[in-house]
Design a binder for this molecule. Structure first.
Ligand SMILES: [Zn+2]
Length: 104
């Protein structure tokens, strides 16, 4: 498997299954192909933003969306990186054809 590490507890709580940090996928259980594809889309986003800027951008956007929706989960689903990953996670060939910076 591609940098997948099992964890017992998610840092963001029970609503979350996996987290991708610097291309390492930490997950509570084995991921199915769609879930893994979702995380690999995040790996691609992180790589093209050279990792650290991705997390800064992600965090700031999540916070700004919280000010808009006053709900962390709703805000999370509106983060541009999550929108791209959820929109394309069912297409298992997506990463082969994806254009760079597609999250914009
Ligand atoms: Zn995600």
């Amino acid at each position: 498997m591609k940098n997948v590490i099992k964890i017992k507890r998610h840092p963001f709580g029970k609503n979350y299954l996996a987290i991708n940090l610097f291309g390492f996928i930490f997950t509570l259980r084995n991921l199915d192909s769609v879930e893994l594809n979702h995380e690999l889309i995040h790996s691609a986003q992180q790589r093209e933003l050279l990792y650290l800027p991705f997390f800064i951008w992600y965090g700031i956007e999540w916070l700004m969306l919280w000010f808009k929706y006053h709900d962390w989960t709703t805000a999370y689903y509106h983060i541009r990186f999550e929108q791209e990953a959820y929109r394309h996670q069912n297409d298992l060939n997506y990463l082969q054809t994806r254009k760079k910076y597609k999250f914009k």
